[in-house]
Design a protein. Structure first.
Length: 222
């Protein structure tokens, strides 16, 4: 009946606790502010504005709501593998549990701003192995050969008219370049870590100290 049809959420994921949300928002805004002032960034401004004009990155990226790391996008049951995922033993067992997520990098592209999440073995039990979330990113074919959980991220902001689903795609693109052996151009040692440029507006800051973020495994209905 209609009730069953809406019993699956829009997505499952880890929802960052509010105390750490504020800290991450501060850290990420500081990063954008600094990135904006770097000569190396200014040199590649055309990737962002189509012109060599200044952009205010803090304005450029719109916040996208509660900070979270999606494990499975279910689309209320319409997404492939949604029901199977919801019935996984690990999903039932860990529902409502608190985890420590490790945010290991920040990345910026002309479309999205996000944090890479490095999952532990335990956390990978909640990653959809069957539907293989990596392969859902059809626009990144080579991503299929990346390790499970490579797509794990927290969306921090999106450019105008860009959907949050793009953040994971952008991360996979960067990781695919790394896997193909592209070193990128190490442009700067920042306080937070090493900043690398991967071309066409793709920037990655590997955090010297990963940010440990407590998060609750749950679901979002909207
Ligand atoms: O930022 P996100 O991870 O990207 O969190 C949102 C959340 O689900 C609600 O929209 C993510 N999302 C949307 N569509 C998909 C999809 N097809 N595959 C994986 N994640 C998706 C989006």
């Amino acid at each position: 009946g209609p009730l069953e049809e809406v019993s699956l959420p829009l997505y499952f994921g880890w929802f960052l606790l509010s105390s750490i949300q504020d800290k991450i928002k501060c850290t990420s805004m500081d990063f954008l502010k600094t990135l904006d002032t770097l000569e190396a960034f200014k040199k590649h401004l055309i990737d962002f504005s189509g012109k060599a004009e200044e952009v205010d990155l803090e304005q450029y990226f719109q916040p996208t709501g509660i900070l979270h790391c999606t494990t499975k996008f279910c689309n209320y049951g319409k997404a492939e593998g949604a029901k199977e995922y919801a019935e996984k033993q690990a999903v039932k067992d860990f529902y409502g549990s608190i985890f420590d997520l490790s945010l290991s990098a920040l990345f910026v592209t002309p479309r999205t701003f996000g944090a890479r999440v490095s999952l532990t073995e335990e956390q990978l039990q909640l990653w959809p192995a069957d539907a293989d979330a990596e392969k859902q990113a059809e626009s990144v074919p080579a991503a299929a050969s990346l390790p499970l959980g490579s797509r794990a991220h927290v969306t921090l902001g999106c450019a105008e008219n860009v959907e949050p689903v793009q953040t994971g795609v952008d991360l996979l693109e960067i990781l695919t370049l790394q896997q193909e052996g592209q070193q990128g151009e190490q442009v700067e040692e920042m306080e937070l870590g090493t900043l690398t440029y991967y071309g066409t507006g793709k920037w990655l800051l590997n955090l010297r100290e990963p940010i440990s973020a407590p998060a609750c495994f749950s679901s979002f209905y909207g």
